[in-house]
Write a protein that binds this ligand. Structure first.
Ligand code: COS
Length: 387
């Protein structure tokens, strides 16, 4: 791709090398056993790849969001669970502290997160607040220099292992009766922070997905994200965080789609039927052509959204477009890879059925495809089509 610079090609090669050694050999096994990808987290952390877009001042690699997207894409070609673990850690667990935290909060939490010595998580979704994120019921009531938090967050990626969870709670209502939502950071081990149910899932089985309960959990006012002046204005911070996170989920869908083509193409070239390789049959060749075309389109959308973010330009619409398109491409391409490979595609040994199961999450997590269409539609009505 013409717009990739040397640093992007370098990170791509570095990630390919470490993925080949540490991620790919274990991907099938950890899917079977639902084991958290500790080996990958350790190896990527040692290479500084768990804080790619974090400035060096806070212990990160000081690279851009395009580099981070390339990282997630390359990992997802082999293991969706590991890619999701990284995407959530960087985009949801670390980013809000970096973007909205006070200097003291950044120095306190980010170096450990960026180096992979600590894992980060994000708590927004609740049993009764998914797509309608403002419906949150978790409350935080002020008591002197602390808030007393009660409620629950569900589908919390990395929830079992996170040293810090950035989460939202209702801290009051405004004059118009609307909920005031505040963003907090809670540290592992805080009394009243209780681990709930570990989810068993269709795909992304080695990614950790956990319910978190707050039971009279006392959190210092110092842990309000951005400090005391930010009480009541946390919702927008979470929306902005999700804008960036959606680029990462787009990269994940893209990587899964590429992984599907990586497997289907050589299979079709080698597998013979009716006197020649099946890649010569139009019914198969057209499938491969569609997959490659969708992937190329998804890659441009994901990289463009990342570049807009890197250039400090508005990017929310493009992030939703990238996420919407690339995640649906992930599902369609992995489905098609199974079809091309027939029975070999359906059994576990050839990995494309795992890609298919993993891909589905990308159409749901960090905002369903329907939410992305809502965001894009609202932006069109508000700002026009932009051309
Ligand atoms: N960036 C900054 N501010 C934003 C924003 C964004 N991307 N999106 C919304 N806001 C602001 C709005 O401007 C509005 O501000 P004012 O009150 O000052 O006018 C406020 O937030 C509320 O916005 P809105 O009225 O659009 O909120 P809605 O309740 O209609 O919901 C959606 C907005 C649907 C976009 C939001 O709830 C959403 O993204 N839901 C999906 C949640 C999700 O992705 N969950 C997955 C979590 S992964 S763990």
């Amino acid at each position: 791709m013409l717009y990739l610079q040397e640093q992007h090609l370098m990170i791509r090669q570095t990630v390919r090398d470490v993925v080949a050694k540490v991620v790919a050999p274990k991907a099938r096994e950890i899917d079977e056993t639902c084991a958290f990808p500790w080996d990958a987290v350790k190896a990527l952390g040692e290479l500084g790849l768990l804080g790619v877009p974090v400035p060096e001042k806070y212990g990160g690699a000081g690279m851009d969001n395009l580099s981070n997207s390339i990282l997630i894409e390359e990992v997802a070609r082999h293991c969706g669970s590991t890619a999701l673990t990284i995407a959530a850690h960087v985009g949801l667990g670390t980013y809000p502290i970096l973007a909205f935290g006070t200097e003291e909060q950044k120095m306190r939490w980010i170096p450990q997160l960026a180096s992979g010595q600590a894992i980060g998580a994000f708590g927004l979704t609740e049993p009764d607040a998914g797509s309608d994120a403002q419906a949150t019921k978790t409350t935080a009531v002020r008591d002197g220099n602390e808030f007393v938090v009660n409620g629950a967050k569900m589908y919390c990626t990395n929830g079992s292992y996170a040293s810090t969870i950035v989460f939202t709670a209702v801290t009051g209502t405004d004059a118009a009766g609307r909920k005031q939502i505040t963003a907090f950071v809670v540290e592992k081990g805080t009394p009243g922070l209780v681990q709930g149910k570990l989810e068993k899932k269709l795909g992304m089985r080695a990614s950790d997905t956990r319910m978190i309960h707050f039971e009279d959990c006392r959190i210092p006012v110092a842990n309000v994200l951005g400090g005391e002046v930010q009480i009541g204005v946390g919702f927008k911070k979470f929306m902005q965080t999700l804008d960036g996170g959606r680029i990462s989920i787009g990269a994940l869908g893209l990587g899964i789609a590429q992984g599907a083509l990586d497997r289907a193409l050589p299979y079709a070239q080698q597998r013979r039927a009716f006197g020649g390789p099946i890649s010569d049959l139009q019914g198969v060749a057209f499938k491969l052509a569609d997959m490659a075309t969708w992937i190329e389109g998804a890659r441009h959308l994901v990289y463009h959204a990342a570049m807009l973010k890197d250039a400090d330009q508005p990017f929310a619409r493009q992030a939703s477009m990238a996420k919407l398109f690339a995640s649906e491409v992930g599902t369609k391409a992995s489905d098609m890879a199974i079809q091309v490979m027939g029975g070999y595609g359906f059994v576990r040994e050839y990995d494309v059925e795992r890609l298919y199961r993993d891909a589905k999450l990308c159409e749901i997590g960090e905002g369903t495809s329907e939410i992305q269409r809502m965001v894009i539609g609202r932006s069109l009505v508000k700002d026009g089509c932009g051309f």
